[in-house]
Every structure is written in C-alpha cells, then in structure tokens.
Design a protein around this ligand. Structure first.
Ligand code: MN
Ligand code: MN
Length: 364
C-alpha cells in the first residue's frame, strides 16, 4: 500500500469527510513533491473514498506534474482567493463536508479563517499530526537507501572539511570549502547550517559557525548533514589540531565511550529512555554529567525533527526501521566542547549507522 493509500485508510477509519494537509514535509512524504510555498497556499486534500488532489500556486503546477504526480492538481494566481478555489473542488467531491482533519500546527489562524469562511459550519478539530508522525516513524527499505546515500555525502564532507582545518583558518572558511566541494558534486542542499566550532566556542552546542580562527592545540567540532532526494544526514565529529592536554583528551574519550556503548546497545526491544541512559551513565560516572545538556538523540528521515526522541521519559520500544541520532556531548563552558554523532536505523538485531567516518580521535 502506498503512503497516500495508508493515509486515506486512516482518514476513512476516523470518519472524516476530508483531510487538509499543508505541512510541506508531509506533502513531500506523501506525494514525492517538495516545495516550501512560504506565504502562499500549498495543500493536499485527501478523501475517504475518492482520489486526492493537490492545490498549489500556479507557478508550482508544472513542477508538480514533472515530479510524477498523476492525480489532479489545481493552481491559483496571486490575486485569487485560494480557499474559494479549494472549496469549489472539495464541494464537487463532498457536497457538505463537516468533519475535517488537518495538521493543526500548520493551520495558522489566518489559514483556518480562509477555510471556515468557505465552510462556516464545518469542524476543524481533528489533528492528523499523530497519524503522520506514526507513519514516518518506521522507514521503508527505499527510505533507508536514501538515508544511506545522504550519509555517504556527509562522510565525503567530513573528509574535505578535515583537509581544510589548520591553525589560522577560520571556522567559516572550513565550512565554505566543504560545502563548495559538495555543490561541485551536485549535492545542493545541507540539512541545516553546517557547524564548525573551534576550541571553547564548541561548548555552545547551538552556537553558529563564526569568523573565529582555529588555533593550535584545540579541538574542532563539526556537525553537518546533506540532503539526498528529500532525505537527510546528520553527523558530528570532533577532531584535534596539534596536541591536546589531558582534560581535552579525557572528555573526548568519555564522549566516545558513551557514543560507542549506546550505538552497541541500540536494538529492537530497548526503550528510548533506556538507550539515553546507557550513554548518560558513562558520562555521569566519569563526572561530566552536568555538561551533557541535551537528549541523546532525535528521530530523523526527511527532517531532523521526527520521532523517536531518545530521551528520559520516552518509554517507546525501539523497532526495526526506526531512525535516529546517537549524539552524546560534553560542553564545558570556556574550555571545550565535544560531540560525536551518528544517525542509525534499527535492524532486526542491532543498528546500522548511515555515516562511517572513523570516530577514533583524529589529529590534524
Ligand atoms: Mn547534528
Ligand atoms: Mn543531530
């Protein structure tokens, strides 16, 4: 059954008259077409027992047809009211739709008003987000093949980035080199802004790449990912420039042990919370628990904000096909930051990473 057919079955099961899907990532997942329409209207309308249709800005219609979408697609011009046009199409299929499902997080007040103006007695209170999240939780073999390919390009980017690291070079210059190399190979998008952080700057896990110059005898943290056919990679490595002191070496070793232990423990049957604890225990016992200030990992696939979340309190039992990051970090303000991250998919008896760059400390 296609993903769209699965969603259609869920719409029927919930007794909905129509589903209005407008998260661009959901539309990509269900149709294979991706575009962020920004303030314009892009929606997928799904019915319990009729063909779905796409509704898009007129300037997207050709791209939608070229993407392989064979069901109806209707475009609108900027001066037209998109909701009036959507309503006309919906009413041809369902005379008086009352029960609507939608991704409530994507229905801004303005968009909801656009719809309720057309359907004043309809109810828009069924949230389909959990249905979509549940579908996206388990990846198919085809999705895993794309994630593998995205991972290979992350490995390539590390190799180019490591070559560019030396004392006196800025963090930004290293990012420029590796992204230029990717673009020359046809990888046009990163999953997120590439992070290269040197020395104490790496102790800010959500800091940005800066013009700071890399110095001798410090660590450099890389966090990067590429997009391949709509699927992402996300991986981190921390490398040494020159000679590390005992403290730097120790936090690297502890972080690596936590990462390797968690990756070895990731298999069907363990819960997300238990897996988080495997890594956290290593860091706690080494005395650095207070410096590991985020969950062990996040789900990933088409985006890096999927389920499962690998954290305390999540008793979800891991199953084959689930994909997530394993990324312990130790961040000591003013001193140094280390993070080591691979994303993996759960297999029948363990897990397989999407990235394979060595995690042994690399000295440049
Ligand atoms: Mn990352
Ligand atoms: Mn990550």
């Amino acid at each position: 059954m296609t993903k769209l057919a699965q969603l259609q079955a869920a719409v029927a099961k919930q007794g909905l008259d129509v589903a209005y899907l407008s998260d661009p990532m959901t539309i990509n997942y269900l149709t294979g077409f991706y575009s962020d329409p920004v303030e314009r209207t892009l929606a997928l309308l799904v019915f319990p027992d009729q063909d779905p249709f796409l509704f898009a800005p007129a300037l997207e219609v050709e791209a939608i047809k070229e993407s392989g979408w064979t069901k109806p697609v209707y475009g609108y011009l900027d001066h037209e009211n998109p909701y009036a046009l959507i309503a006309a199409q919906v009413k041809q299929r369902v005379a008086n739709p009352q029960k609507w499902g939608a991704e409530l997080g994507y229905l801004t007040v303005a968009r909801l008003r656009g719809l309720t103006d057309q359907f004043p007695t309809a109810h828009f209170d069924v949230d389909l987000t959990p249905v979509i999240e549940q579908m996206r939780l388990i990846k198919s073999a085809d999705e895993i093949a794309k994630l593998d390919e995205a991972g290979k390009w992350a490995d390539f980017a590390f190799e180019v980035g490591f070559q560019a690291v030396k004392a006196g070079v800025s963090e930004q210059a290293v990012v420029a080199e590796l992204e230029y190399a990717l673009k020359k190979k046809g990888i046009m998008a990163m999953s997120f802004d590439t992070l290269v952080q040197a020395g104490a700057h790496a102790a800010e896990p959500h800091g940005a790449t800066s013009e700071r110059k890399i110095k001798e005898n410090e660590m450099v943290l890389f966090d990067l990912g590429t997009v391949y056919q709509g699927y992402i990679s996300d991986a981190s490595r921390t490398v040494a420039v020159g000679k590390l002191n005992a403290k730097q070496q120790e936090i690297y070793d502890v972080c690596l042990e936590a990462q390797l232990k968690a990756q070895a423990a990731a298999k069907p049957g363990i819960t997300a919370a238990e897996l988080d604890k495997v890594a956290r225990d290593v860091i706690d016992q080494a005395g650095y628990g207070e410096y590991f200030i985020h969950r062990l990992g996040h789900g990933m696939g088409m985006s890096e904000h999927e389920f499962p979340s690998i954290m305390e309190g999540n008793d979800l039992v891991l199953e084959p096909g689930m994909c997530f990051s394993i990324e312990p970090g130790i961040y000591i303000p003013g001193v140094a930051g280390v993070r080591i991250e691979d994303c993996v998919h759960i297999t029948e008896d363990g897990c397989q990473p999407f990235t394979h760059t060595s995690k042994e400390l690399r000295t440049l």
